[in-house]
Design a protein around this ligand. Structure first.
Ligand code: ADP
Length: 498
């Protein structure tokens, strides 16, 4: 199959979260299964400094934006250590900016226009590259318009008649909501601005657009596929999703072990695997404690947290537990993240006042993220909701025992250390149910107690996690099946939206 993956992020070209990891790794796994795969994303400022060479192609295109014509061109590169081509849509005014979507806590005001331009450029790129695409795999609101353009504008255009679309939702909470006048920017007829299609309570909703027009929809874990059809987690689109339940599938993300494996991770002071984890982790832990300015004490439990500092990640629970623990409990914390100012202030203050127990780096630092996975004993992910979550899967491989809330992909990947699960050899972490600081505290206490007093149990938990295989191979096979399904759906339903 010829598969074009359109995305607003792909590692190592541009990354703010898990979407980038997925779009940097899945295409390689698909190529290994014998498919022709390419990736297309915007050429951001970040992309120019990512360390991978970009080559201009002599391919330019014009895009209608409202009543203007805006020109762009394509650059070319490759996903590292692969033959997967990457095409980059260049337009300096739109993409040569400090960040990808927002600065100083505010979204860029022209986000709709930026991603209309990108979405239309993806479709023009197919023509310019003369590549007979079978499936367009689009991701999140930034590309939600592409299935609509395919069905509305390109339905009878030569070369596009057969292209199927698969839309992956990585997070329901980010919907690409814009005021209704942005309909003029999309260039689509106002007749589509109705509650069954592009409109959502008077606004233009690009995530909904993708859900309505795509041939097949996926999200990033089976549990999340269920959860988003409920009012609690559907973010207002639960009935739209329930209406497409027959076309909605949950496919768990995988781990790119070329990037995330302590056995050959050059960012670590020493490499290690399941057979010598205790030795390897001890060295990585001491190096991490030194790097972060914490007392280098091997016996104290070292708890790690890496991620976007957003309410989604359960940081209000962490705040409350830390408030109680930071004085009496002999535990160290390492925190790496960026996000909401209130959490920057909180963690900066904690590390200022309790520097021997809490160390926080409030920046984006991929190398340090690897060293935290390697150096920590416990990885904390008490998310309010979690579509898939990659960090807990990285933690398994790095022998940092995850403490998670049973939601979305966390529930699908982490098995609680109950006596039964331990006896069955399947336990790989500590799981709590209720979104409550007491429940997180209890789970953390269980983890710290096991770490301190039950070395055999700890060894079992660590090695069970490290030996698990959650590579992309399995998920790539599932995507392949769903691409075929999307092609079939496109053939039978034609251009009618669901
Ligand atoms: P989400 O996509 O919701 O942000 P995931 O757990 O799926 O969460 O993926 C987050 C990815 O982003 C991981 O690869 C994680 O290591 C990385 N990440 C998040 N914040 C940072 C940061 N401040 N520095 C380095 N890496 C980060």
């Amino acid at each position: 199959m010829n598969i074009l993956v359109a995305t607003s992020e792909a590692a190592p070209f541009a990354k703010t979260g898990g979407l980038a990891d997925v779009c940097g790794a899945l295409p390689v796994a698909l190529a290994q299964r014998g498919h022709q795969v390419a990736v297309i994303l915007p050429a951001y400022r970040q992309t120019r400094h990512c360390g991978v060479p970009l080559h201009p192609l002599n391919l330019r295109f014009d895009i209608p934006i409202g009543n203007r014509i805006v020109s762009g061109r394509l650059l070319e590169s490759r996903l590292p250590d692969s033959n997967v081509p990457v095409y980059l849509v260049e337009h300096h005014d739109y993409f040569d900016r400090q960040e990808l979507y927002r600065e100083g806590g505010d979204d860029y005001r022209d986000n709709c226009e930026r991603f209309v331009f990108f979405s239309r450029a993806v479709l023009e790129a197919i023509r310019l590259l003369k590549w007979p695409v079978d499936v367009l795999h689009v991701n999140d609101w930034q590309t939600g318009l592409i299935p609509a353009y395919l069905k509305i504008e390109y339905c009878h255009t030569r070369g596009y008649e057969q292209i199927a679309s698969l839309f992956t939702i990585h997070n329901m909470a980010y919907q690409g909501l814009f005021w209704h006048w942005d309909m003029l920017v999309t260039g689509l007829d106002w007749k589509y601005f109705n509650y069954r299609q592009l409109e959502f309570y008077g606004k233009l909703n690009l995530l909904k657009t993708g859900i309505v027009f795509a041939d097949t929809i996926t999200t990033v874990s089976p549990r999340y596929a269920q959860e988003i059809q409920t009012p609690e987690q559907g973010c207002g689109l639960e009935s739209v999703l329930a209406g497409r339940a027959a076309d909605l599938h949950g496919v768990l993300n995988g781990v790119d072990y070329r990037e995330w494996d302590p056995a050959h991770d050059k960012r670590l002071p020493v490499q290690y695997g399941p057979a010598n984890w205790a030795h390897g982790k001890a060295a990585c832990k001491m190096a991490l404690q030194r790097e972060m300015g914490l007392p280098a004490r091997p016996e104290v439990p070292l708890l790690g947290l890496v991620g976007r500092l957003a309410d989604q990640k359960g940081l209000d629970l962490v705040e409350q537990v830390l408030a109680r623990w930071v004085g009496p409990e002999d535990v160290q914390w390492v925190i790496l993240g960026t996000g909401e100012p209130k959490y920057h202030e909180l963690f900066a203050q904690l590390s200022r006042n309790h520097g021997h127990k809490v160390a926080a780096k409030l920046s984006f630092n991929n190398d340090l993220a690897h060293r935290i996975e390697a150096g920590c004993d416990v990885f904390v992910m008490p998310s309010r909701y979690e579509p898939c979550g990659l960090n807990q899967m990285y933690s398994l491989r790095y022998g940092a025992v995850p403490v998670v809330r049973a939601t979305g992909g966390l529930a699908d990947t982490i098995i609680d250390a109950t006596p039964e699960n331990l006896a069955a050899g399947v336990a790989n972490g500590f799981v709590f149910q209720d979104y409550h600081d007491g429940a997180l505290e209890h789970a953390l206490r269980r983890a710290c107690n096991a770490y301190r007093t039950q070395p055999k149990v700890w060894d079992r938990l660590v090695t069970t996690g490290m030996k698990q295989d959650v590579s992309w191979a399995k998920s790539a096979k599932r995507y392949e099946e769903l691409y075929m399904r999307a092609i079939e759906t496109r053939r039978t339903r034609g251009c009618a939206p669901a």
